[in-house]
Design a protein around this ligand. Structure first.
Ligand code: G4P
Length: 527
């Protein structure tokens, strides 16, 4: 069998998503520890933006710089090559996270046992669901008092729209936490309350009626466990790998990342069931990973805004074939052939020049401004990968030129920053004014600062009364013309010329939807 086939079969590329503080960084670190990619806890720098630092975006950028190094963390485990794609935890960078999720083949969702489903979890899981990404749920912090497991699973199912299948089950919680029963491997994992960080070894335990269970966890806990597992078997569907791979069933594990507890069990199951890179749709055709010719797409661009080390890195996910250093590839949008002498991979906190990469891998290409999010790179064929949609921003402001002598610089700066995906630009249909939409208010400062320092342009902002952007699909020419006439002030074109309705309120949107019932208002740019 070809090398390409073998390599792609063993690739597992995934992202961990969670609300900040649920334990994403800790879990990432523990996975790397088990994978032998790092030797000590604390080696993965948190890309978390410290609370209270939100007004100081240079500090945030500094921390974001750290996160470049941890953008992709690769390690080998049980013959699998695992790529973890890091997702920024700070919600002002949520757009970055959405895009990263377009490059993963599966996801692990971390939920804090005490806090349950939080806002950011909901948004991110929604993005996964839109793409039918296979998900495994990890319920974390079992060493603390938390919610009743059944209630929590109910909440996860109803709020996140998932169909769960517990593959492990907790025995007590907080001070009473004794461990988990691993349904997947039919073993008992005992938590050491004294030596908490000790990695527990699972004991094979296929028969829960075995009296040894009582010896190990006590009569009361054994009875509860038996009852609960019976209930679990009655209420939840059996594990079905195909359903998981289709995004229709989500296995659940319980544990405590901080205490190394339940992490290896999660990883074992992940390595076994998670998908290898899948075929990806381009506008022209579906591209299969085992095709000999390389193809890939840019899902993220990272710019270092430190003026002394200005640089951009375009992150490319390999979709098919083998990517090779110093080989000519077609930058489809530009129609240019490009060769890369120092493409990078990222291994824990190290960057290395990579000679070749396989489907599922992420390659970092040094970029001088040629790339835009969503660009395709191929071995010669004209392919346009779809599936990097824009989502509605949450903040909107007019952008004005504050230095009339520098309007060219401003236009260029805004254009490039939008290519990087820092924010979205809308041009109002009525008067051509520009509105910038962002996921976090912080981005306005970032844009202003970067325009001034990188492009020598100055801008100012003015409030624009919108709460959501919706991409308009005008199925009825008559209604569309009517909408354009009546709502001209709220219609704009995005960077790609697509028509967008900038709703001023939920009520306003509702009224508009009722009136223009033959027009579809989409929450994302691809439909
Ligand atoms: P995030 O990346 O999702 O934002 O979360 P992170 O891993 O940074 O974890 C958030 C906090 O939760 C950290 O504490 C971390 O130590 C703690 N934590 C993670 N997993 C567990 C667990 O299984 N049990 C318990 N009890 N705590 C856990 P912190 O005090 O905010 O930070 P630190 O000073 O410990 O780094």
């Amino acid at each position: 069998m070809s090398n390409l086939h073998t390599e792609l079969q063993r690739r597992r590329t995934f992202g961990i998503v969670s609300h900040p503080d649920a334990g994403k960084t800790t879990l990432t670190e523990k996975l790397l520890l088990f994978g032998g990619a790092i030797n000590e806890a604390g080696a993965v720098k948190s890309n978390k933006i410290k609370k209270g630092a939100t007004s100081d975006f240079m500090e945030i950028e500094r921390q974001r710089g750290i996160s470049v190094a941890t953008s992709v963390m690769a390690f080998e485990y049980q013959g699998k090559h695992i790529n973890i794609l890091d997702t920024p935890g700070h919600q002002d960078f949520a757009e970055d996270t959405y895009r990263t999720l377009t490059a993963v083949d599966s996801a692990i969702v971390v939920v804090d046992v005490a806090k349950g489903v939080e806002a950011q979890t909901e948004k991110l899981v929604n993005v996964c669901r839109m793409r039918a990404t296979p998900i495994i749920v990890f319920i974390n912090k079992l060493d603390r008092e938390g919610r009743d497991a059944f209630d929590l699973l109910d909440e996860i199912e109803s709020k996140l729209g998932l169909r769960l299948c517990p593959l492990s089950w907790p025995i007590g919680m907080g001070a009473q936490f004794q461990g988990v029963y691993d349904v997947w491997s039919k073993s008992l994992l005992i938590y050491d309350q004294v030596n908490k960080q000790k990695v527990a070894e699972g004991v094979a335990f296929s028969d829960l009626d075995n009296p040894e269970l009582v010896e190990r966890i006590g009569a009361k806990a054994a009875e509860t466990l038996r009852e609960e597992l019976e209930l679990v078997a009655g209420v939840y569907p059996e594990f079905d790998q195909d359903a998981y791979l289709r995004g229709e069933l989500q296995p659940v594990f319980f544990g405590s990342a901080l205490n190394n507890f339940g992490v290896r069990e999660l990883l074992n199951c992940f390595a076994e069931i998670a998908p290898h890179p899948q075929p990806k749709a381009a506008e022209e055709r579906v591209v299969h990973p085992e095709e000999a010719k390389f193809s890939g797409f840019v899902f993220k661009i990272h710019a270092n805004i430190d003026p002394n080390h200005r640089s951009r890195i375009a992150f490319v996910k390999v979709v098919s074939g083998t990517f090779e250093r110093n080989t000519n590839y077609l930058h489809v949008r530009e129609g240019k052939n490009l060769k890369f002498s120092s493409p990078m991979t990222f291994l824990a906190s190290k960057r290395e020049v990579v000679e070749e990469a396989y489907p599922g891998d992420i390659v970092g290409l040094p970029d001088t401004g040629l790339f835009r999010i969503g660009d395709s790179l191929t071995g010669g064929e004209s392919l346009h990968f779809s599936g990097i949609p824009s989502f509605s921003p949450e903040h909107f402001r007019f952008i004005n030129n504050a230095d009339p002598m520098k309007s060219k610089q401003l236009a260029k700066g805004v254009d490039q920053l939008m290519d990087e995906g820092v924010a979205q630009l809308f041009t109002l249909v009525a008067n051509g004014r520009k509105v910038i939409g962002t996921v976090g208010a912080l981005q306005y400062e970032v844009i202003q600062y970067r325009l001034e320092h990188e492009y020598g342009a100055k801008c100012s902002y003015e409030p624009f009364p919108a709460y959501k952007a919706l991409w308009v699909e005008g199925k009825d020419a008559g209604q569309l013309a009517e909408l354009e006439r009546m709502k001209a002030r709220q219609l704009a074109h995005d960077k790609f010329g697509r028509l967008v309705f900038l709703a001023d309120s939920q009520f306003g949107l509702h009224m508009t939807q009722e009136k223009f019932y033959r027009i579809v208002f989409h929450e994302k740019s691809e439909f």
